[in-house]
Design a protein around this ligand. Sequence first.
Ligand code: MN
Length: 272
Amino acid sequence: MAPRKKAHGAKAGDGKRPSAREQLTEYRRKRDFSRTKEPEGGGDKSAKGGKLAFVIQKHAATRLHYDLRLELDGVMKSWAVPRGPSPDPADKRLAVQVEDHPMEYNTFEGTIPKGEYGGGTVLLWDRGWYEHEEKGGPDAIREGLRRGDLKVAFHGKRIQGGYVLVRTRGYGDGGQPSWLLIKHRDKHAVAGGELTETHVTSIATGRTMEEIGGSDTSRVWHSRPRDQAAQKDWTGALLPRKSKSIADVRRERAAAEARGRAGTGGTGGDDA
Ligand code: MN
């Protein structure tokens, strides 16, 4: 966790932001690239035309979720959104912030081996570019992330218009910050509407989850009892529940790091 803390600790405006490679330390630590086809990353490829890329990947890991990734400073800032984005401003969708991902992840579609971190099928659900909703540029995006109040406008095929990401006081079961993803009231808002049930195929290949090689249900992946416990934790995180104390989170982080050093891996982070 120390490297991630360092990456997140760099203040906007201090003139010395961490490199993409530094920001991806935790991403690399969690993966065995001899076993997964996921990219190692480290490139600083920017989106075409100076626009910031976004991607949403449907991921049937321990628990089905949608990974929202926003380009910033050479990496993809990432959130796991269990229910995916909604076009209805009345919906508040939990979005658990996970480790920064490499830009190269934006084209990843396929299957992460069972038993590996995040094992399961990944489908490219939507992609395009995004901007600060009030045209504040990258500085306003950095500031929004820091303050826990990030307003963005999506220019995708399926997700359009303004949304806000608001950080809550809660944490995911791995101690990650929890946010809420909420649609703004604009011409793209649809009261009572939904997106994830309408769009179930890959934006890139037109394939379904089954065709990519996995299953749309989570039970195929990880049948060990300790993973079911992790899944239950994650589901619990969907509901408003009492926040963990800082001491609890620190204890869990220390335990997770101890497991990481022992090379046995944790159970809590399988969903990222
Ligand atoms: Mn994921």
